[in-house]
Write a protein of this length. Structure first.
Length: 151
């Protein structure tokens, strides 16, 4: 997977349509999360928000994606003063494209959902690093370090 060209996509963001290929020439942190304003997703988003200025200083862009609506993302951004763009993927097209819409299990029940995953995409549009089944604690700092290493 490392070194593979990432699939391009367009999705709705809170600021309008977002197309990944428009960010070629910049490192891109693309992180998928299950649901806005839940404890783990809030902790992750706030941790990313806190290191975002340092990631941005590396000329990188951070994009979060979940199946939530644009309205839900707008409330999430406002409530937690988030600085990164959040994309809405209600049909799970982007989640499926990146392989993060998977069977999950909780309390003995199986269901489909987003597996928390982060992709670091290099300026040429290739995968530089992937974090699968992300544990939130320390993850934002690890992503920041990888962005610094990429520069």
């Amino acid at each position: 997977m490392i070194g593979k060209k990432v699939p391009d996509f367009t999705a709705e963001a809170t600021a309008g349509p977002f197309t990944l290929s428009e960010y070629r020439g910049h490192p891109v942190v693309l992180y998928f999360y299950p649901k806005a304003d839940t404890p783990g997703c809030t902790q992750q988003a706030c941790a990313v928000r806190d290191v975002y200025p340092q990631i941005e200083a590396q000329n990188a862009v951070v994009i979060g994606i979940s199946p939530d609506s644009e309205a839900s993302h707008a409330r999430f951004i406002e409530k937690h003063s988030l600085t990164m763009e959040l994309l809405s993927d209600p049909d799970k097209q982007v989640c499926n494209l990146y392989g993060v819409w998977q069977k999950k299990k909780m309390a003995g029940k199986e269901y489909m959902g987003v597996v928390r995953t982060t992709f670091l995409i290099d300026p040429k549009g290739k995968i530089a690093r992937v974090w699968e089944k992300v544990r939130v604690d320390g993850h934002a700092d690890e992503v920041l370090q990888s962005c610094c290493d990429l520069s």
